[in-house]
Design a protein around this ligand. Structure first.
Ligand SMILES: *Cc1c(COP(=O)(O)O)cnc(C)c1O
Length: 217
């Protein structure tokens, strides 16, 4: 696969779903990928990237941002409260707001810093013990809490369980968003982004299908 192949598939999925291509943002998830692969995708003109660690993202993207105009980096991985300030200063969006304590910290820092990235609230749609996010039954309350804090909540995010049909989780996330008047949906990865687009994804997070398998060795 390559960026061009993925672009073609995204465009096809949008047209099949009767959606505008412009309504779906492709986040190229560059975590762990070697710099040459990332640079190749930058050279093809892609400007929106996702990373799941604050420090790794800063180390990699600070120099790339000097070299390439218009680069935008979103945090898609878990965020510890003690790294919230750095994350808020660095990222254009945070997709992993997954608990009230973090929301409160972000609200306090937003006042201090005078700006706040776009936020997505993570919902643990599969109710998995090891996964971050609020339970579906707590989502309405959490959304209300974040709004009461004046946070710029753009939408919801989920990572479906690996062994379940992702569509059911995408549909659940879309339903929670709709009943709360939220339009942003961060969902869909390499193996299921077409289904996510069919169910309303506005931000798909695609890593290995663009860059190749990640080597954690
Ligand atoms: C790594 C990661 C992705 C990308 O996964 P691929 O299967 O490589 O597309 C998407 N979302 C999150 C939250 C991730 O951590």
């Amino acid at each position: 696969m390559s960026l061009q192949d993925i672009e073609t598939r995204v465009a096809k999925a949008c047209s099949e779903a009767g959606r505008d291509r412009g309504d779906v943002k492709l986040i190229a998830v560059s975590k762990v990928q070697p710099a040459e692969r990332v640079q190749a995708v930058l050279d093809e003109g892609h400007r929106l990237y996702g990373e799941n660690r604050v420090q790794e993202a800063q180390d990699r993207w600070t120099p790339f941002k000097e070299q390439y105009d218009g680069v935008s980096v979103h945090l898609i991985g878990p965020l510890q409260s003690n790294k919230a300030r750095v994350a808020m200063e660095f990222f254009d969006a945070i997709h992993s707001v997954d608990r009230p304590k973090l929301a409160n910290t972000i609200a306090r820092l937003a006042d201090e810093i005078g700006r706040c990235p776009d936020l997505f609230l993570q919902v643990n749609t599969g109710e998995e013990d090891q996964k971050a996010g609020v339970m579906p039954s707590e989502a309405d309350g959490f959304i209300a809490e974040c709004r009461a804090l004046d946070l710029p909540v753009k939408g919801l995010m989920c990572i479906p369980p690996v062994d379940e049909t992702p569509s059911l989780h995408f549909a659940l996330l879309a339903k929670i968003a709709t009943r709360n008047g939220l339009t942003g949906l961060s969902m869909g990865m390499s193996s299921d982004f077409e289904q996510a687009i069919a169910l309303g994804a506005t931000h798909i997070r695609v890593g290995s299908a663009i860059f190749g398998e990640r080597d954690y060795g």
